[in-house]
Design a protein around this ligand. Structure first.
Ligand code: ASC
Length: 131
C-alpha cells in the first residue's frame, strides 16, 4: 500500500471491514439469524473490543476527505464530535466484551449488543454517506 494513492481511505475501510465481520455475526446470533454459539460470541466480542483499541482516527487524517470514500466532509468539520462518537464505540465494545465474558444471560448480552449497534448507527447517521 505504500504506493496507494489513497492509503488512509484504505486503512479506515479495512478497520470497518474487520469490525463488521466481528460485530455482524454477533448481531446475527442475537437476532436469531445465525445459531447461537458461545465460543464464537466470546471470540468475536473480544476481537471487536480489541479492534476498537486501534487508532481509527489516524485513518481520518486531514486531507483524506476525497477519493474513494463515503466519509462525509462533516467529519473534518466536527472532529471533536467525531472523536467522541468513536470513544462511545470503544466503550460500548469494551462493555459488550465484559458482559459476554462474564457469563451473562442472553438477554443482558442482547442489550449490550443493542447499545453497541446504536453507537455504530449514531456515527453512520451523521458521518457516512448513503452511497
Ligand atoms: C451492523 C452493521 C452496522 C451496524 C448497525 C447497527 O452489523 O454492519 O452498520 O450493525 O446496523 O444499527
Amino acid at each position: 500500500h505504500l504506493d496507494d494513492k489513497e492509503p488512509m481511505q484504505s486503512y479506515r475501510q479495512s478497520f470497518f471491514t474487520l469490525v463488521a465481520l466481528n460485530f455482524g455475526p454477533i448481531g446475527a446470533m442475537v437476532k436469531g439469524d445465525m445459531p447461537w454459539d458461545d465460543t464464537k460470541m466470546k471470540a468475536y466480542a473480544q476481537d471487536f473490543a480489541a479492534l476498537t483499541e486501534l487508532d481509527l482516527l489516524r485513518g481520518f487524517a486531514p486531507g483524506t476527505d476525497k477519493g474513494t470514500t463515503r466519509a462525509k466532509p462533516e467529519i473534518w468539520e466536527n472532529s471533536e464530535d467525531f472523536a467522541k462518537k468513536f470513544a462511545d464505540l470503544q466503550a460500548a465494545a469494551q462493555n459488550l466484551n465484559e458482559v459476554v465474558n462474564s457469563g451473562a444471560e442472553r438477554k443482558a448480552i442482547a442489550q449490550a449488543v443493542g447499545a453497541a449497534g446504536q453507537s455504530c448507527k449514531a456515527c453512520h447517521d451523521d458521518y457516512k454517506a448513503k452511497n
